[in-house]
Design a protein around this ligand. Structure first.
Ligand SMILES: [Zn+2]
Length: 310
């Protein structure tokens, strides 16, 4: 038992083009940080390929067909006006992302690990049922939640998202499902423009904590403790999925929040406590954004340190 890390080298072969912030160097930085001796206790597995059936838990058949048919043999193919770009390696990369997230769920349910971190890219939380958006092709966090319900019969699954951007795709796919909880803190106003407090789902199953530009550690922690964590505890998830983006880090060039490494350790610790109370500690964390290589590496290290309970 302990922490299990999924990754795959195919996740380095999604090449959105020179100058694109969602670059393979991000995953290289994360893997380098996680190979430090302090994480030697973690187990590693190769991410399997996801399946079409898993994609269809969240995405429409027409969209899945569209992505598969647009995948280029050479060059690039834009999916949403240029933000989300496919290269020849993209299809396998996104299928490894989905496969890692679902295998992570299988592993914690089978007691093969206490918790899981998916060191995969690209990110997924902006992907809608029927379209790519904001660097995201398929929504691996939402798929993993639906997979936990479909394949393992779990009743209540939560996704908590601390990426600096609101996960519109996850929210929309959970909105009408009272057995799925989505909680997000994010910079607002900011891309993608969703995530107001009034977006609360069909049963209070959506909780948004919009944070003003410049938000510091103290405000972040008190808002999470007052607004998101009590609602999550009340929902009592049987599995907790984390959309772990590190673009709210103070070093991030895209985000305007000021989270520190210690904040990522703190929120992870708080989320593990909720998982301990209702989910037998089962947590599957999935890498989302983070565009300062340094902030991404140190934020991820703090997060995984907390997952390993050190
Ligand atoms: Zn982001």
């Amino acid at each position: 038992m302990g922490t299990l890390i999924y990754t795959h080298r195919a996740c380095l072969d999604h090449l959105p083009g020179p100058g694109h912030p969602e670059s393979p160097a991000r995953l290289v930085a994360v893997l380098e940080a996680l190979r430090s001796p302090e994480f030697a206790r973690a187990a590693w597995r190769e991410a399997p390929l996801g399946t079409i059936e898993q994609l269809l838990l969240i995405h429409t058949p027409a969209y899945v067909d569209e992505v598969e048919s647009l995948a280029p043999d050479e060059g690039h193919q834009a999916l949403d006006g240029g933000d989300t770009v496919m290269s020849p390696g993209t299809w396998e990369a996104v299928m490894r992302c989905v496969g890692a997230a679902c295998a992570g769920v299988d592993a914690v349910v089978a007691h093969e690990a206490d918790n899981v971190f998916c060191a995969t890219r690209p990110c997924g939380h902006h992907a809608e049922a029927d379209r790519a958006m904001g660097f995201c092709v398929f929504n691996q966090a939402a798929i993993a939640a639906a997979h936990a319900q479909r394949a393992h019969g779990l009743e209540r699954v939560a996704v908590v998202d601390f990426d600096v951007h609101h996960g519109n795709g996850t929210q929309n796919s959970f909105f009408r499902h009272p057995d799925r909880f989505y909680g997000s803190c994010h910079q607002a106003p900011f891309y993608p423009g969703t995530g107001s407090r009034h977006e609360s789902g069909v049963a209070g199953n959506i909780v948004n904590v919009p944070l003003a530009r410049g938000c510091d550690s103290a405000t972040f922690r008190s808002r999470m403790a007052a607004e998101l964590l009590p609602a999550l505890r009340k929902f009592a998830p049987e599995l907790l999925i984390i959309s772990a983006g590190f673009d709210a880090h103070q070093k991030d060039p895209l985000g305007g929040l000021n989270f520190t490494d210690d904040d990522y350790h703190w929120i992870t610790h708080e989320l593990l406590a909720v998982a301990d109370a209702s989910a037998h500690g089962r947590v599957v964390s999935i890498l989302e954004g983070g565009y300062s290589l340094e902030g991404l590496a140190s934020g991820t290290a703090a997060h995984v340190r907390a997952l390993m309970r050190s």
